[in-house]
Write a protein that binds this ligand. Structure first.
Ligand SMILES: [Cu+2]
Length: 153
């Protein structure tokens, strides 16, 4: 048998080191990312338009609250964070200067709620990389898929 042959060749210590090595590696290679961006997408602008929306979910895996203060990327001349508020019985978009994410929490930028507005959009090859800027100065880069309009909002 293979293991028996290994033990015969190198002695029991070899097997022990081999197993310790595997266990020792596991924590550092399998840690989740400190910040996890998922469902990241940019809606393909309708023909003739260069303004569109972007969406993502941001999970804070760190043990401290973080604050998202902006989003940028080469794909658009400017990108703003917006939220939707009910004002005078009407749902209206308003700038969202920043949003805090508690440890372990997820914030959603999704159709009908918080969202990105991208101005002067030039979509190249999919996906586009956007930079999510945190108040700490950390920049979280994430690929954003380009998606077509599937529902109105
Ligand atoms: Cu908006």
């Amino acid at each position: 048998m293979f293991l028996t042959r290994l033990r015969n060749l190198f002695g029991g210590a070899f097997i022990c080191v081999l197993i310790m090595g595997v266990i020792g590696c596991t924590p550092s290679t399998q840690n989740p990312a400190t910040y996890d961006v998922s469902n990241a997408s940019i809606r393909t602008p309708v023909p003739g338009r260069t303004v569109t929306a972007g969406y993502f979910d941001f999970k804070n895996n760190s043990d401290a609250t973080v604050t998202i203060v902006g989003v940028s990327g080469d794909v658009a001349a400017s990108i703003e964070m917006h939220t939707i508020k009910k004002i005078d019985q009407q749902m209206r978009m308003r700038p969202l200067p920043e949003i805090s994410v508690a440890p372990g929490a997820v914030v959603n930028f999704a159709s009908g709620g918080n969202h990105l507005m991208l101005f002067d959009v030039q979509l190249g090859n999919s996906p586009s990389v956007l930079k999510i800027e945190l108040a700490s100065g950390v920049i979280v880069e994430a690929p954003f898929e380009h998606t077509r309009l599937i529902e109105s909002d």
